[in-house]
Design a protein around this ligand. Structure first.
Ligand SMILES: [Zn+2]
Ligand SMILES: [Zn+2]
Length: 220
């Protein structure tokens, strides 16, 4: 089931991520839970390495740098990491550059700690959802609610009119109404073509690709 993206302990903001102390420590194989960072893509700031400017759930901005690649080494658009999309970074850590001055103030330290490094070969730890951060969190909650309801009731509901039914392959109740599944995302159900058209223009159009991305990321 898709996790609760609103949970700040599982999806902390940038400044609450564990620290990665420079190149000496590997960012892989760390102890503890796999923290996932959710952040909205603001801009592509690639100069020498693929670099994005992101904003986290608290509105804090930072850079995401793909290490070990040159400026043309990664097609960020193809990965879905476009302006306005949500980046999902698994095992995220904030990179703390080497300390230059031991009696540096905490503010100065925080000002330097503004980026997240993706180690060479770890590009797959960054995924994308094609909606903004707030909408992504809301859609995940909707999907989660649907999954819980389906588990509890064994039924689906038409996106357009709310009528309940089963999937068209379900043999549980032969008398139950068989709903059609959206082939785009697999997470919206409809009575028929009329309800599908209605549901699509009532908002599913803007949600379908994001639901598909969310369910692909959390398919296990
Ligand atoms: Zn319907
Ligand atoms: Zn869909």
């Amino acid at each position: 089931m898709i996790p609760d993206l609103g949970d700040r302990s599982l999806f902390p903001p940038f400044l609450e991520l564990p620290e990665d102390h420079g190149a000496s420590s590997s960012s892989i194989g760390s102890v503890g839970v796999d923290r996932i960072l959710l952040a909205q893509v603001k801009d592509n700031m690639t100069i020498t390495k693929p670099t994005l400017v992101l904003t986290d759930r608290d509105g804090h901005g930072f850079a995401l740098v793909f290490d070990g690649l040159d400026r043309d080494g990664l097609d960020l658009n193809k990965l879905g990491l476009k302006k306005g999309a949500t980046a999902v970074v698994h095992g995220a850590r904030q990179t703390v550059p080497e300390q230059k001055n031991t009696d540096e103030t905490l503010t100065a330290k925080a000002a330097r700690r503004q980026f997240l490094r993706v180690a060479p070969g770890q590009v797959h730890t960054v995924q994308a959802v094609p909606t903004g951060l707030e909408q992504t969190v809301a859609l995940a909650a909707k999907l989660r609610e649907q999954q819980q309801r389906t588990l509890a009731e064994g039924t689906y509901h038409c996106e357009a009119c709310g009528v309940s039914g089963t999937s068209n392959t379900s043999e549980l109740d032969p008398a139950a109404k068989k709903l059609l599944k959206c082939t785009g995302c697999g997470h919206a159900w409809y009575c028929d073509r009329t309800c599908q058209t209605k549901g699509w223009s009532n908002g599913h159009k803007s949600e379908c690709k994001a639901l598909k991305a969310l369910s692909t990321i959390w398919s296990q």
